[in-house]
Design a binder for this molecule. Sequence first.
Ligand code: SF4
Length: 291
Amino acid sequence: MREKEAKTVLSPQNGMNIYRGCTFGCLHCDPRAKCYRNTGEFEDIEVKVNAVELLEKSLRSKRRHCMIGVGSMSDPYQPIEEDLKLMRKSLELINYYGYGVCIETRSDLVCRDIDYLSNINEKAKCVIVMAICAADDELSARLEPNAPVTSKRVAALKMLSKAGIQTVVEISPLLPFINDNEDNLRGILEIAAETNAYGVLCEKIGIIVKNGSREWFYENLEKTFPELLEEYRRVYGEDQDLISQGNEWLMRILRDFCKEHKIICDAERLNTYLRGFEDKLAGEQISLMLA
Ligand code: SF4
């Protein structure tokens, strides 16, 4: 762990990342890409030790309430959070100052903070975006070796739903020749339906491997699925966008399923929803931030 005294904790779009780096070890990890300018080993987590103080200063000085987005660059509920509780302290502030929150995670640890999440949800809006790439635990453990397996995330989704907190299942990612098949996709869609998810987020079936995440992806593909390396080279060569050959029909299955189960899957509509602040006490939506 590397401690850092940060200058800011909120981006201009009100995104917050307390940790840089992540220990979940996902094969498909995009935040490793060089364009995000991580310094040091990705598993050696950089912690913004003054994040809570900085957050309080920002929340106190904002002129309008908005949604605070968490988790775009690393998982906010990775193991280090169990001890440091910086997310928990941040949620306490978000609740106290009346802001909304949207959290992206692959971890059931999010439910530890269900008390604050529920309180935020009573006054403003709280949405949890749970990323899932495999319907069964065995495959999720192979693809995301240190992250909680899918069944734990499903249990978390159920608990959140029971508490009245909206959830979105992010199907991310479906990798060519590995989990881009109808059974796996339908399995994840069933999870979304059975846990009463508000939405399903998935824009394409495939993965983008940028400079930095690409090397990690292929190194780990060779270790975990050595039999597929040649197939990837043959089909994708040096491509950055590894789009599944089943993209169109799988997306059609996804759209049909969501329509039938009244789950929103239009990415633009969902993103607008995730960014829209609601003042439930005033009973009206007052602003859209994170444009
Ligand atoms: S949870 Fe996200 S940041 Fe962490 S290893 Fe997986 S993809 Fe990377």
